[in-house]
Design a protein. Structure first.
Length: 107
């Protein structure tokens, strides 16, 4: 997935991306906030190694504040542990987003 995101960013230099880190709720708020920051930075660092420039990415650690689900199953928690990429067209054009779960990893 990250290779695909890097390819898009490299092909379209007018795109920037907000890299949002998320966690499930099974730890303290402080721990989850730090974990979401590390999660988002790891994704950003990978994109940097692929040649995406840092000024085109912004890290937003959200911890457990924006869960993908309200449940407490293994699948629910797997959906909560994620990095989301919010693309912005610097030319001001709208972008249509599609949700994906192709790499969901339950514990």
């Amino acid at each position: 997935m990250l290779d695909q995101i890097a390819a898009v960013l490299l092909e379209y230099p007018f795109l920037s991306v907000e890299v949002q880190g998320h966690t499930d709720p099974r730890a303290s708020v402080a721990y989850n906030q730090a974990l979401s920051d590390r999660r988002a930075r790891a994704a950003r660092d990978y994109l940097l190694r692929q040649g995406v420039t840092p000024e085109r990415m912004r890290i937003v650690p959200l911890g457990e504040s924006q869960r993908a689900t309200t449940g407490s199953s293994r699948i629910d928690y797997a959906r909560d542990r994620r990095v989301e990429f919010i693309f912005e067209d610097t030319r001001g054009l709208d972008i249509i987003f599609e949700r994906q779960e192709t790499d969901l990893q339950p514990e």
